[in-house]
Design a protein around this ligand. Structure first.
Ligand code: PRP
Length: 182
């Protein structure tokens, strides 16, 4: 698995240090507000587990699994909620946690969907932001790292469901994804 990695973009230590900083910011912002952290499955699981432990305040967690692409690769503009939240977020302070903000289509649909449930506030925290590929105007409120348009895997991010368990964010060798298309 490690042989498919061209180079490490973000080391375990860099990720850990940045999460500590983000955790401090969110702790200050949400102390006494009993926020709900909503993770968008599956890529977020590793970041989510580290992030919530960096925010030692009264809070709740929940998860959603969504797809915004319909059957093809073009966005339908309709969100397909494969797994919904179970917490009632009406009047609650909500923070969506994501592993990567890429085209922004997933989040723009998810935001619209969650806004319809009337939360008191709704903010976005993403580990990675790839602004070069944005198709929707969505912006994150808290960003771990802004990265160039590279094919990254690890720390929850996959390529065809592989590499999620790498402890760092790495750049995939082209032959790893070109080869797998055969
Ligand atoms: C990834 C990632 C985000 C989304 C971002 O999820 O976790 O949810 O894509 O892309 P976008 O900004 O272009 O919409 P994916 O659909 O690959 O599912 P996964 O989390 O299960 O890997």
């Amino acid at each position: 698995m490690q042989n498919d990695i061209e180079r490490i973009l973000l080391t375990e230590e860099e990720i850990r240090d940045r999460i500590a900083e983000l955790g401090q910011k969110l702790t200050e912002e949400y102390k006494g507000k009993n926020p709900v952290f909503i993770g968008i499955l599956k890529g977020v699981v590793v970041f989510f587990a580290d992030m919530i432990r960096a925010i030692p305040i009264e809070s709740q967690i929940d998860f959603m699994c969504v797809s915004s692409y319909g059957n093809g690769t073009e966005s339908t503009g309709i969100i397909n909620v494969k797994k919904d939240i179970s917490v009632d977020i009406a009047g609650r302070h909500v923070v969506i946690l994501e592993d990567i903000l890429d085209t922004g289509l997933t989040l723009s649909h998810t935001i619209r969907y969650l806004q319809s449930k009337k939360p008191a506030s709704l903010k976005i925290c993403t580990l990675l932001d790839k602004p070069a590929r944005r198709k929707s105007e969505v912006q994150a409120d808290y960003i771990g790292f802004t990265i160039p348009d590279l094919f990254v895997v690890g720390y929850g991010l996959d390529f065809q469901e592989r590499y999620r368990n790498l402890p760092y964010v790495g750049i995939l060798k082209p032959q790893a994804y070109l080869h797998s298309k055969e």
